[in-house]
Design a protein around this ligand. Structure first.
Ligand code: AGP
Length: 588
């Protein structure tokens, strides 16, 4: 996600702000910028690219107050115009923002109708124009009134050259902290930006807003305006730990972000509904992707089949040389890719386009190559995924693919709107259910301690959870370097059963659905060969809360991500940087 920073004190704000942005770079970004106040004016330096590039091209000024931003694009691709900071029509009220403003389209429409001129495609730019609209002599009052209009998530900082003694901040869902210095104060999205300057911080809560001066910090309640007390904490992390927010590895941090990955993907529901209306007329549906993303595509295929709609899920390296020959203008390709830069997936899409196919992409990185050659894009909004092994992005893909399959079935009259609403209601409950699984991490680590010396793993599941076991097996392979086979459980007796013997671990997915008895038999077959069966179920070794079977892939993969992570660490491997692998495979 984006990173915001701010400084007010006696030292040179631009220098300090660029240093703070450098310490936010690990979060992943595509553009950066700063704004500072000098001689009654706002001075802005921003653009697409690295912090150092923006710094080299910036006008170095003498200022004691400023704000800054690293952008991870969500609305509007990476560009100079879309980079932050953003200002109002008169280049006065200047803000930086991290989060997603869900009602920005309505707000923007109203502001434009009132004569406001916008210069970007971002959701963020509505904020300075709202401040301009509500301003009647009091910056704080206009700021509060504007922020109260926002729906979605925000950590926002604002400055006004007419009131240069303060930075105004507010937060809801997106993190925002204040660093307490001596005759100076700092704001940032998280601790690495602040750590070298001060270890004393205040963590704002949702609906807090703050007036940050160089000698004082006042925090108030956004709804009531009442002053509130927030304790000053002392952080004892070093920078490296702080970048991982105290987690040992980015992969573990990103697994713990899986509840948010569900919430963020759900923010795309309306767009997905619109896209489904457009593509439901295409008779042939293909999910095309690589690796982990291809398993999300497979889940989409199984969900459509559940509703009587046939489709195909094909890995891109096969699709581009074979399946593509069957593509025509009655085909829709749903390409799934975290990076949006995977060579095989992009090549498949280009070949399919030549044959008249309609292209939809499910992507995490806004403005990536795949999004630029697609007819429509569904963003998972998972935020930057730093670890090579995909975890939270997979969860985001599953949510988006589940939604697109649901809405296609609805458009085709296979299911009712009531049923869709039921599933949407259950989806909203998934983040909490993932949280319950994460609370069980110690149990999962104990199972990893029993298994980490094994030299082969079997994963078995059926139907919607066949992709789940494929993903579980891939995770073990890519970060523990151990061979792992994933099989449709019903297939074991057609050969692989010969490999089972005393102590061979078999990870079995057993959701509470109409195939439970069949799965039970397969589990018995494994136990009869003295295999070590690890049951993933509501009451098994790896426990999962009850969930609608349609949504089971989203939940049942979480313990498998944690299991793979702990086995990797126990085998002395850095799960963030597995050998031979790249985060994005941009070559064939
Ligand atoms: C997943 O853990 C791997 N890193 C890999 O399989 C990845 O999913 C695959 O390369 C596809 O990448 P993409 O989603 O960026 O297209």
């Amino acid at each position: 996600m984006c990173g915001i920073a701010g400084y007010i004190g006696n030292r040179n704000a631009p220098e300090i702000l660029f240093d703070m942005l450098r310490r936010l770079e690990y979060r992943g970004y595509d553009s950066a910028g700063i704004a500072y106040l000098s001689k009654g004016k706002v001075v802005i330096s921003k653009g697409k690219g690295r912090v150092d590039e923006v710094r080299r091209n910036s006008k170095n000024g003498d200022s004691s107050i400023g704000i800054a931003h690293t952008r991870w694009a969500t609305h509007g691709g990476p560009s100079h115009e879309n980079s932050h900071p953003h200002t109002d029509c008169n280049f006065r009220f200047t803000i930086v923002h991290n989060g997603i403003i869900e009602n920005y389209k309505d707000l923007k429409q109203e502001l434009v109708s009132e004569g406001h001129r916008f210069s970007s495609e971002t959701d963020t730019e509505v904020i300075p124009h709202l401040i301009e609209k509500f301003y009647s002599g009091n910056f704080e009052k206009a700021f509060v009134e504007s922020v109260k209009k926002l729906r979605g998530s925000f950590a926002v900082a604002a400055i006004d050259p007419e009131e240069p003694e303060k930075i105004l901040v507010a937060r809801k869902e997106s993190p925002l902290i204040i660093g307490i210095g001596k005759n100076e104060n700092f704001i940032a999205s998280d601790t690495p930006a602040i750590l070298p300057e001060t270890k004393k911080i205040i963590i704002l809560d949702d609906f807090d807003y703050g007036i940050i001066g160089k000698d004082d910090v006042v925090i108030k309640d956004l709804q009531t305006g009442d002053r509130i007390k927030r304790e000053i904490q002392t952080i004892d992390w070093d920078i490296k730990q702080a970048e991982k927010e105290g987690y040992e590895h980015f992969m573990l941090k990103e697994i713990y972000e899986e509840p948010d990955a569900v919430k963020n993907a759900l923010k795309g529901s309306n767009e997905i509904r619109e896209i489904a209306k457009r593509i439901s007329k295409y008779q042939k549906v293909y999910f095309v992707a690589c690796g982990t993303a291809s398993y999300a595509g497979m889940v989409g295929k199984y969900i459509l089949e559940r509703f009587g709609i046939s489709s195909e899920a094909v890995v891109a390296s096969e699709f581009r040389y074979s399946t593509v020959n069957a593509i025509d203008n009655n085909s829709v390709i749903i390409a799934v890719s975290q990076s949006g830069e995977t060579a095989d997936t992009i090549a498949s899409v280009k070949e399919a386009k030549k044959r008249g196919a309609h292209i939809i992409s499910v992507v995490n990185v806004v403005g990536s190559s795949l999004t630029r050659i697609s007819d429509g894009n569904i963003y998972t909004y998972s935020g930057p995924e730093i670890a090579v092994a995909s975890t939270k992005a997979y969860i985001g893909q599953l949510v988006s693919v589940t939604l697109i399959a649901l809405f296609i079935a609805l458009e085709r009259g296979k299911i009712t709107g009531d049923y869709v609403n039921e599933i949407l209601h259950d989806l909203n409950g998934i983040p909490e259910k993932i949280g319950h699984i994460l609370k069980n991490e110690n149990e999962i680590r104990k199972i990893a301690e029993k298994l980490f010396k094994k030299d082969i793993f079997f994963y078995i599941g059926r139907r919607l959870n066949y992709p789940t076991v494929l993903e579980g097996a891939l995770k073990i392979k890519e970060i523990s370097y151990v061979h792992a086979e994933a099989y449709p459980a019903g297939e074991m007796k057609h050969g692989p059963l010969a490999l089972l013997e005393e102590g061979v671990p078999v990870i079995a997915i057993l959701p509470n659905d109409d195939l439970a008895e069949k799965m039970e038999s397969n589990i018995q077959e494994a136990k009869a060969r003295n295999a070590t069966v690890i049951l993933v179920s509501e009451t098994g070794d790896l426990k999962v809360p009850p969930v609608d079977p349609l949504l089971s892939p989203i939940l049942y993969i979480v313990p498998l991500h944690l299991l793979a992570y702990h086995i990797s660490v126990l085998r002395g491997i850095d799960p963030d940087k597995p050998r031979n692998l790249a985060k994005s495979v941009t070559v064939e």
